[in-house]
Design a protein around this ligand. Structure first.
Ligand code: KIV
Length: 266
């Protein structure tokens, strides 16, 4: 599909992302709520992913496999109210793209809820092509696939896996995806894939040579001290900051030092 002729607002925003390859690195972050989206909008990141990682960081499950359409659309809608001009990708949950007709119906629900594009995990070029033909921009996702993996591991170290991922990336590009997420693969393979396709790659645990990077916002902010995989760089320790603030509030209430005079109505 020649995306340069696209007319709708969401397709135009997505086209701008596609054009960043070879120009500047793409910054993508996950987001699940209105206030965080507003912060992203004031900073001006390139793209927001309402990821099904919400099953783990928001809902408290150990996988993303229980996230439903209804749940993720609720978050897409909330994020869309704060995201301003930042394009939003909605992550299609497991079972929501079983065949291309179901995928189109569900992808349209994402767009109606405020997303500009959808992401789907795995090698489904026919489905991607069908969505793109129906004016739904699609982000691909290969490498480690949280919706179907059995355990966390780096994918693509074996020669046959490497060949498979290179072929999948090409198929997904040809199907019309506008970007491709690469998750948990060796850096050298991330580089090869990035150099072998014309759409931007966005890495998470895929090394330094991808066209962009994505992190789960809760990991970047250090919300869970128990979760610290190698690829995550923590930019804050919000677990500590929030714990200290809640603890200070607790002390104040117990000691009757909150509210004080400045916090009461006359
Ligand atoms: O759901 C998610 O947050 C994702 C990212 C890890 C890319 O798919």
């Amino acid at each position: 599909m020649d995306i340069s002729n696209t007319s709708s607002k969401h397709e135009h925003k997505i086209y701008m992302i596609r054009k960043l390859k070879h120009k500047e690195k793409i910054v993508m972050l996950t987001c699940y709520d209105f206030q965080m989206a507003k912060i992203f909008s004031s900073v001006g990141i390139d793209i927001i992913l309402v990821g099904d990682s919400l099953g783990m960081v928001f809902q408290g499950d150990s996988t993303t496999k229980n996230v439903t359409m209804k749940q993720i659309l609720y978050h897409v809608h909330a994020v869309s109210k704060g995201a301003g001009e930042i394009p939003i990708v909605g992550d299609m949950p497991i079972h929501s793209y079983k065949n291309k007709e179901i995928a189109l119906e569900n992808a349209q629900r994402f767009i109606d809820a405020g997303a500009d594009a959808v992401k789907l995990e795995g090698h489904f070029p026919e489905t991607i092509e069908y969505l793109v033909e129906n004016s739904i921009p699609v982000q691909g996702h290969i490498g480690l696939l949280p919706q179907t993996y059995e355990s966390f591991k780096v994918v693509g170290r074996k020669a046959e896996e490497r060949e498979r991922l290179l072929a999948e990336a090409k198929d997904i590009e040809q199907a019309g995806a506008f970007t491709l997420v690469l998750e948990s693969i060796p850096e050298q393979l991330g580089k090869e894939i990035t150099e072998s396709i014309e759409i931007p790659t966005i890495g998470i645990g895929a090394g330094r040579f991808c066209d962009g990077q994505v992190l789960v916002i809760n990991d970047l902010l250090g919300m869970d001290p128990a979760f610290h995989p190698k690829f995550v760089k923590r930019y804050a320790n919000l677990f500590e900051i929030i714990s200290q603030s809640v603890s200070a509030f607790k002390q104040d209430v117990k000691n009757n030092t909150y509210p004080d005079k400045e916090h009461v109505y006359e």
